[in-house]
Design a protein around this ligand. Sequence first.
Ligand SMILES: NC(=O)c1ccc[n+]([C@@H]2O[C@H](COP(=O)([O-])OP(=O)(O)OC[C@H]3O[C@@H](n4cnc5c(N)ncnc54)[C@H](OP(=O)(O)O)[C@@H]3O)[C@@H](O)[C@H]2O)c1
Length: 164
Amino acid sequence: MKPISIIVAIADNLAIGKDNQLLWHIPADLKRFKALTTGHTIVMGKRTFYSLPLRPLPNRRSIVITDVPGEQIPGCDMAYSIEEAVALMDDDKENFIIGGGMVYRQFMPLADKLYLTFVHKDFDADTFYPAIDFKEWTEIQREDISDDGNLGFDYSYFTCERRK
Ligand SMILES: NC(=O)c1ccc[n+]([C@@H]2O[C@H](COP(=O)([O-])OP(=O)(O)OC[C@H]3O[C@@H](n4cnc5c(N)ncnc54)[C@H](OP(=O)(O)O)[C@@H]3O)[C@@H](O)[C@H]2O)c1
């Protein structure tokens, strides 16, 4: 099995996005995302690719998933199904699923590790993360971060591994 990790920031009500954008700006979380994913393969749906401020994200190999036959995006490897995305992944290095809702939903059964940022507030959204059954996961790291006065909410980092 190839190592598949999901990285996502989720609100209390499971909201993750609206109008093809994120719902918050958490500079420390973006730094953590960069530190974890740099040098790795990142896998995303086409909507998430086009939501990125810098495309493709530098110093990472991007796999973009689309249903449009033969579509190519410069600088990216293309996959036309979940199975094709898995076939393109690295064998011996963590592959990071970076969104969005449609792609997270399909990779949840395949992932062996979750890097969750839980944002402790409800948000109005059009894209949601699927409910997580924590009986299937073991928490291996947790860090609670208090609002620095600018965000309007606290948040927590959770790292979980799938129970064997
Ligand atoms: N909070 C977070 O951590 C986070 C992270 C990432 C994204 N987001 C948010 O999530 C939202 C985007 O999510 P989304 O659910 O709308 O879109 P998405 O998952 O990013 O992309 C959906 C697209 O991916 C392609 N696709 C997905 N599954 C496929 C399959 N099995 N086979 C072939 N193609 C497939 C299709 O592209 P085609 O239409 O080209 O066929 C589909 O329209 C945005 O608001 C974004 O900001 C949040």
